[in-house]
Design a protein around this ligand. Structure first.
Ligand code: F6R
Length: 228
């Protein structure tokens, strides 16, 4: 059950995304699933400029690179601090620890944590290849939080944030697809021409593990905002 809303300009799209988050907050949502990436920057900037109050809320982030120190500018920990948490404090924030000694164990502990948080609203971007979180094509829809080997295409797409592609980590910890689908409501933003193939797969075509985004068609409450 996908509610699609199309926008001519990104300004209107982000205003609507901001409005939806405010509505959930006002309706009593306490647990937010958060994403990183370029798509989220204008949304978090709107939230930072607003008077929305998350001080009674918990957040759980989708993913984190393995082996990148939290202090590194491109860690998702740093991204969240810089783009949201420093300006908008939450009662509790959570990200996978990509520096854990045993990342497999960290992934299974994070799975338990996310399950215990009962996410009310999950924010999602989408990769050019249809990934959600870092669930790359071929990931089973039954997957739980796990360690992934990033595909060359995802590392290339993210190289713009690093000095060179060699510096992009090769692994990440990500919520699994089944973990993401536990959220009561999912808000996905597909912004920019590069996301067209992923959006097309979501809206037409079969439900297939080749396009992780198509797993959203098995969820009962998904809102998609797009400028495509
Ligand atoms: C980020 C995440 C990824 C991104 C996706 C799109 O936490 O889980 O799935 O949402 O890679 O990235 P951008 O927004 O940079 O195009």
């Amino acid at each position: 059950n996908i509610k699609l809303e199309r926008f001519n300009d990104q300004e209107a799209l982000y205003n609507r995304a901001f409005e939806i988050i405010g509505q959930h907050l006002n309706a009593g949502a306490k647990s937010f699933g958060l994403a990183t990436g370029g798509t989220m920057v204008p949304l978090y900037s709107r939230i930072c400029q607003s008077d929305l109050d998350f001080s009674q809320c918990t957040s759980v982030n989708l993913d984190e690179y393995v082996g990148l120190p939290r202090q590194h500018d491109e860690s998702y920990y740093a991204f969240m601090q810089n783009n949201l948490f420093q300006t908008k404090p939450f009662k509790e924030t959570n990200l996978p620890n990509g520096e854990a000694q045993n990342v497999e164990e960290e992934a299974s502990q994070y799975e338990q944590l996310v399950q215990s948080k009962n996410v009310d609203l999950q924010l999602l971007g989408v990769g050019e290849n249809g990934h959600i979180g870092f669930n790359e094509p071929g990931t089973p829809f039954t997957s739980e939080t796990h360690v992934v080997q990033l595909t060359p295409s995802t590392r290339e797409a993210n190289a713009r944030f690093f000095d060179s592609i060699d510096e992009v980590p090769e692994k990440a910890i990500t919520l699994g697809i089944s973990t993401i689908l536990r959220a009561k409501c999912i808000l996905l933003l597909a912004v920019g021409e590069k996301k067209r193939a992923a959006l097309d797969a979501l809206l037409s075509g079969e439900i297939t593990e080749k396009f992780p985004i198509t797993s959203l068609r098995t969820h009962s409450n998904v809102i998609v905002l797009t400028d495509l």
